[in-house]
Design a protein around this ligand. Structure first.
Ligand code: ADP
Ligand code: MG
Length: 699
C-alpha cells in the first residue's frame, strides 16, 4: 500500500528537535525506545502526585504525599546515630518535622525560625511527630503567594540519568509544540470509530494523560481504566491487529502446492487405527484437508487439550501431502517428543509404504548427510525432528506441508524461516501448528490474528478426569505406600521431581537421588529414571520399558512434560508443584488419565505461598485446559502464557492484554472497518505503534 504521509508529523521529528534535549539525553531516551517527539508523548506517566492543594498539617496521615506550608519554629542539628538537621514547621493547625540527613551549611543557615516554607514529600511517622524526610521545599517570601500546581504532577517511568524534572520539562515542550501545531499529531482513528466506541480524540487524550486536572480519579488512572488510557490502548491494539491481518493477507496471496492427490492413503490409515476419530477430530481433519487443497498456503493453528488426539490429525494431513507427491516436515520442541512422534508416524505410515526419516541436533557427520540427501532426492517423504530442521543446509525436494507441534515455543519468525526454507518457484508450504497449551480466546484473537484456528474440544471416549489432591511432603510415607498399592494392582506411576535450581545437572542429581530412595523403599517394584542428561538412546529405551510395563515406577524430571503417552499409567506424584506454573502442571498431569482406569495426581508441596496455594487449588478444582489457561493468564500475564511470541514480537507500550481484554472484540471490528473503509489509515497506524517491527507485517 502506498500512502503519502508528509514528514511533517511528530512521528518523524527526532527528540533532539525539542529544546534542551541533546545527544546525551537522546541516547538515554533511545534505551527506552523513545526516538521521536511522538514517542515522548506516548511515554505515559506511571503515576501522579497531587501538588495542586496545600494540606493543613493538622490533617496529615502517614503514607500520603502532600504539599504543606508552614513557618519554621525550630531548627536544630542532632548528633544521634546519624547526624541530621531537624526543622519543625507549623501552620496553626499542627506541626510537622522536616528531617535532612544530607545538608549544607548554607541550607541550615536558611532554615531558621520565622522563615515560611512550602514543602512536598511523603508523610511518615517519626519518633515524636509526623515527619517529611528530605522533602522538596522552597522559601515563601513575604507577600509571595505563588500558585500551587494546576494539574497533577506526572511521574514517568525512567532510565538512569533522566530525572523527573527533565521529563516534566521535556513533555512540557512536546505539549507546547502540539499546542501550536495540533496537526502534527495526526488522528488516525476515523471519526466513525471514535463515535462508535465513544473514544476521546487523540489530542485531548495525550494532553490529559500528561497533565490531568486535580479532580480526576487517581485510582482509575493507576488501574489504567480511565477513558483516555483505554483510548490509547485501543489504538495500540488496533495497530497490532491490523498488522497481523495484513501479514495474514500477504501470506494468503502467495502460492502453495495444491495437495489434491486423493484420499486413498488417508482411508487406509483410518482403517488401520484401533479407534474411531472423535467428532471434533473429524471436523478438524476436514478443515485441514480442504485448506490443503487450496492454491494458497494454509496457516492453521490446532488447539486441543492434552490427550485430545492431535497427533493422528497431523498424520492424516501428512498422508494427504504425501499422496499428492509432496514432502512433510514435523517439528517438535524437544527430542523426547520428536522421538515419540517418530515412533507414532513410523507405526502409522510405514505400513502404507511411506518412509519416515528423522533429524535432531544429535545427528552429526555421515548419519546427518545421509538424512539430508534423502530429503533432497525425495526418498524420505516425511521427516520428523527438532530445531535442527531450521538449519541452513536442510533442503527438500518438494516440501508441501510443515507441521509444528507445541507452537507456543516457536515464534512467528521461526515459522516464517521454515516457510522460506520450503519456498520453491515462488510457492511456500502449508503450515499446521498444533498446541496443547490452550490459549484463552481473547488472547488468541490478538496474538494469533494471522492464523486460522481449529479447536479439538472433545476428548476420546472413556477418559475420566484426573482426581487431584494437594498434600504436604511431610506425608511422603503415605504417598509412597499409595504408589506401592497402585503398582501392586498392575498400574504404573510417574514420580516427577522439580527443582528450583537452574542447573540441569543438579536437577538430574536430585532425580537420581529420589529414584535411589524410592527403589530402596519399594524393593518389590521396578524403578526407572529418565532425565535430560541421558543419551537419547537410553532415554528412549527407558520410555519403551515403561510403556511396555517392564517398569512400574518412572522417576523423571520435567522432561516428560510434553506429549509422552503411556495409557496404563494412572498415578502421578509431582514433588514441589508450587514451583511450577499452571500450564506446566496441566501438561504434566495430562500424562495420566489416558487409559480406562481412574487416575490420580498427588501434588506434594513443600512450602506454599499465597499464589502457589491459589494455583494448586485451581488444579484441584478443574481438568479443563481452557479454564486453567484463563487463570494462568490472569495470574502470570500474557508474556508467560504465550512464550516467545508475546515477549519478542508483541510488546505493548500502553495496552495490557489481560487488563484490556474486554476491548479486543471491538478492536477486531474496528480493524475490519479500517481495512475496508479507511485503508490509507492502516499503514500509519501500524507505523506509529510498531515502528521498525512493521517489516514482518509486509513480508
Ligand atoms: P495430544 O493431543 O496430547 O497430542 P495424542 O495425539 O498423543 O494427544 O493422543 C493421546 C492418545 O489418545 C494416544 O494414545 C492416541 O493414540 C489416542 N487417541 C487419539 N485419538 C483417539 C480416539 N479418537 N479414540 C481413542 N484414542 C485416541
Ligand atoms: Mg501431542
Amino acid at each position: 500500500m502506498s500512502v503519502n504521509i508528509k514528514n511533517n508529523n511528530l512521528g518523524e521529528m527526532p527528540v533532539t528537535t525539542l529544546q534542551g534535549v541533546g545527544p546525551r539525553n537522546a541516547e538515554r531516551l533511545g534505551r527506552l525506545g523513545i526516538n521521536t517527539v511522538q514517542d515522548v508523548l506516548f511515554h505515559l506517566p506511571s503515576r501522579y502526585q497531587d501538588r495542586t492543594r496545600v494540606v493543613p498539617i493538622g490533617s496529615l496521615r502517614p503514607g500520603e504525599q502532600v504539599v504543606v506550608e508552614g513557618e519554621v519554629e525550630l531548627s536544630d542539628i542532632r548528633f544521634g546515630r546519624r547526624r541530621s538537621l531537624l526543622v519543625q514547621i507549623a501552620d496553626g493547625s499542627g506541626s510537622l518535622m522536616l528531617r535532612f540527613f544530607h545538608f549544607s551549611a548554607a541550607q541550615k543557615a536558611n532554615l531558621v525560625r520565622g522563615v515560611r516554607l512550602r514543602c512536598f514529600g511523603e508523610v511518615r511517622r517519626g519518633p515524636v511527630s509526623l515527619e517529611l524526610i528530605h522533602p522538596e521545599y522552597s522559601r515563601l517570601e513575604e507577600g509571595d503567594e505563588s500558585a500551587v500546581e494546576e494539574t497533577l504532577t506526572p511521574i514517568y517511568p525512567t532510565t538512569e540519568g533522566m530525572h523527573q524534572l527533565s521529563w516534566r520539562s521535556m513533555t512540557e515542550r512536546a505539549l507546547a509544540v502540539l499546542e501550536e501545531q495540533p496537526g502534527l499529531l495526526h488522528e488516525w482513528l476515523p471519526q466513525e470509530l471514535l463515535d462508535r466506541y465513544n473514544l476521546p480524540a487523540l489530542l485531548e487524550t495525550v494532553r490529559f494523560l500528561h497533565r490531568p486536572p486535580p479532580d480526576v480519579s487517581q485510582h482509575q488512572l493507576l488501574e489504567g481504566d480511565h477513558p483516555a488510557q483505554r483510548r490509547l490502548a485501543f489504538e495500540e491494539l488496533l495497530a497490532h491487529q491490523i498488522s497481523l491481518r495484513k501479514l495474514r493477507h500477504e501470506q494468503r496471496k502467495t502460492a502453495a502446492p495444491m495437495l489434491d492427490g486423493g484420499d486413498r492413503l488417508g482411508k487406509m490409515l483410518l482403517a488401520a487405527l484401533p479407534f474411531k476419530l472423535t467428532a471434533a477430530q473429524q471436523r478438524v481433519v476436514g478443515e485441514i484437508s480442504s485448506d490443503l487443497k487450496q492454491r494458497h498456503p494454509m496457516m492453521r493453528l490446532v488447539q486441543g487439550d492434552v490427550g485430545s488426539g492431535k497427533t493422528v490429525v497431523a498424520a492424516l494431513a501428512a498422508v494427504q501431502a504425501v499422496e499428492a507427491h509432496h514432502q512433510v516436515v514435523l517439528m517438535a520442541p524437544t527430542e523426547l517428543l520428536a522421538e515419540q512422534h517418530l515412533r507414532n508416524f513410523q507405526g502409522w505410515l510405514e505400513p502404507l509404504g511411506i518412509k519416515v526419516a528423522w533429524l535432531t541436533g544429535r545427528h552429526k557427520g555421515k548419519k546427518r548427510e545421509q538424512v539430508l540427501s534423502q530429503l533432497v532426492d525425495g526418498s524420505a517423504a516425511v521427516i520428523v525432528g527438532t530445531h535442527a530442521l531450521f538449519q541452513g543446509d536442510v533442503q527438500f525436494k518438494s516440501l508441501g506441508l510443515a507441521i509444528i507441534d507445541e507452537q507456543h515455543r516457536f515464534g512467528v519468525h521461526q515459522r516464517l524461516a521454515l516457510r522460506e526454507k520450503g519456498a520453491e518457484n515462488g510457492r511456500v508450504p502449508h503450515q499446521l501448528i498444533m498446541t496443547a497449551t490452550p490459549i484463552p480466546r481473547t488472547l488468541a484473537m490478538s496474538a494469533y490474528a494471522d492464523l486460522d484456528v481449529s479447536v479439538i474440544d472433545e476428548l476420546p471416549p472413556g477418559r475420566k478426569p484426573v482426581a487431584t489432591v494437594v498434600i504436604p511432603d511431610s506425608r511422603r510415607e503415605e504417598v509412597i505406600s499409595r504408589v506401592r498399592s497402585a503398582c501392586k494392582e498392575g498400574r504404573q506411576t510417574y514420580w516427577v521431581c522439580t527443582l528450583i535450581e537452574e542447573s540441569e545437572a543438579l536437577q538430574c542429581q536430585a532425580a537420581e537421588d529420589t529414584a535411589a530412595l524410592l527403589a530402596e523403599a519399594l524393593p518389590e517394584l521396578n524403578v526407572g529414571l529418565v532425565h535430560g542428561r541421558l543419551k537419547a538412546s537410553d532415554k528412549e529405551q527407558i520410555m519403551l520399558d515403561f510403556k511396555s510395563g517392564k517398569l512400574d515406577l518412572l522417576v523423571a524430571t520435567t522432561v516428560i512434560e510434553v506429549g509422552v503417552d503411556v495409557p496404563n499409567a494412572s498415578l502421578m506424584i509431582i514433588e514441589n508443584p508450587e514451583r511450577l506454573g499452571l500450564a506446566q502442571l496441566h501438561q504434566l498431569r495430562g500424562r495420566v488419565g489416558r487409559g480406562a482406569a481412574e487416575s490420580h495426581c498427588v501434588l506434594m508441596y513443600h512450602l506454599l505461598s499465597e499464589s502457589a496455594r491459589e494455583r494448586l487449588s485451581i488444579m484441584r478444582a478443574t481438568n479443563d485446559g481452557f479454564a486453567i489457561a484463563q487463570k494462568d493468564l490472569e495470574l502470570r500475564g500474557p508474556g508467560e502464557v504465550l512464550g516467545t511470541r508475546q515477549t519478542g514480537e508483541m510488546q505493548l507500550r500502553i495496552a495490557d492484554l489481560v487488563h484490556h481484554q474486554s476491548l479486543l472484540p471491538e478492536v477486531q471490528q474496528a480493524a475490519e472497518t479500517v481495512l475496508e473503509r479507511y485503508p490509507a489509515h492502516a499503514q500509519p497506524l501500524v507505523r506509529r505503534w510498531l515502528g521498525q517491527k512493521t517489516e514482518y507485517g509486509s513480508v
